[in-house]
Design a protein around this ligand. Structure first.
Ligand code: HXC
Length: 256
């Protein structure tokens, strides 16, 4: 349990909570705590799905600008690498992760949300990559995960312009998956996570096939799909799923 990043698990769903008043500005300590939280939820068998949440007001307003102001080139190079590594660890959590976004998700905060499989946004949420206004570029996935998700042209508009975009605009771009009233978004994310938590072990293979496959050429990605498809046959849940279908029954998956 970190000072600013905590993990709480309830009925198979872990909430990774970012909490540093007033706007969850991400300092270097939090980057490490995010990586620790990611490793914890990845390895804990009691965790079967994850919600990433910054609380009811702000998801995260990005890296801590006051701390960054004093960084040298070498500091920035080292710390950006640490943040990339933390966010890579989060993105590779082998369970379904939903970011529940209230308020601002800016800069590193937007990049944090991009590590999740899905983004459920409050109707008052605002996303953006404002780094250019500070004389920076995004350093934790904003030129890469963002471009892969919304396309290079939209990503260029975001990164070159540094503007903020509302939840509906983000939904049209494919960055936001669902929009809810602000006081419902976390509960809805937990509800969906609970449904995924009841799913089969194959969800892990599905995530790996899509996420790793996107970084490969088509022939290699299809080979990866074949291997992961075959790997599902080694799971108990594959037998449970097929037996339940044939018995016209409801599958009770074991995540094994
Ligand atoms: C440090 C921040 C901060 C940040 C806000 N604050 N964002 N402190 N780092 N990223 C502080 C403000 O200085 C202020 O402190 C308090 O939080 C409240 O902010 P206000 O601006 O007064 O509130 P409001 O008018 O509601 O505007 C909220 C906001 C705005 C839209 C979030 O603060 C904003 O634009 N913040 C900067 C967002 C940004 O540029 N993010 C990208 C960072 S670079 P005081 O002490 O005055 O009360 C980045 C790079 C990541 O993320 C990659 C690294 C490798």
């Amino acid at each position: 349990m970190g000072e600013f990043v905590s993990v709480q698990t309830d009925d198979g769903v872990a909430t990774i909570r970012i909490d540093r008043a007033p706007v969850n500005a991400l300092n270097v300590q939090m980057w490490g705590e995010c990586a620790d939280a990611a490793r914890q939820v990845a390895t804990d068998d009691d965790v079967r799905a994850v919600v990433l949440w910054g609380g009811p007001k702000v998801f995260a307003a990005g890296a801590d600008i006051k701390a960054m102001r004093e960084m040298s080139f070498t500091d920035a190079f080292a710390h950006a690498g640490e943040l990339q590594e933390a966010f890579r660890t989060l993105a590779e959590v082998p369970k379904v992760v939903i970011a529940a976004v209230n308020g601002y998700a800016l800069g590193g905060g937007c990049e944090l949300a991009l590590t999740a499989d899905f983004r459920y946004a409050a109707d008052n949420a605002k996303f953006g990559q404002p780094e250019i206004k500070l004389g920076l570029i995004p350093g934790a996935g904003g030129t890469q995960r963002l471009a892969r998700l919304i396309g290079t042209q939209a990503a260029k508009e975001w990164v070159y312009g540094g503007e903020m975009y509302d939840a509906e605009t983000c939904r049209q771009l494919g960055l936001v998956d669902r929009i809810y009233p602000a006081d419902e978004v976390y509960d809805r994310a937990v509800e969906s996570a609970r449904a995924y938590a009841a799913g089969p072990y194959a969800l892990r293979m599905a995530k790996k096939a899509i996420d790793e496959g996107m970084g490969l050429d088509l022939a290699s990605a299809l080979k990866l799909e074949t291997e992961l498809f075959a790997a599902t046959f080694a799971t108990r849940d594959r037998e449970i799923g097929m037996d339940a279908f044939l018995a016209k029954d409801r599958a009770e998956f074991t995540q094994r």
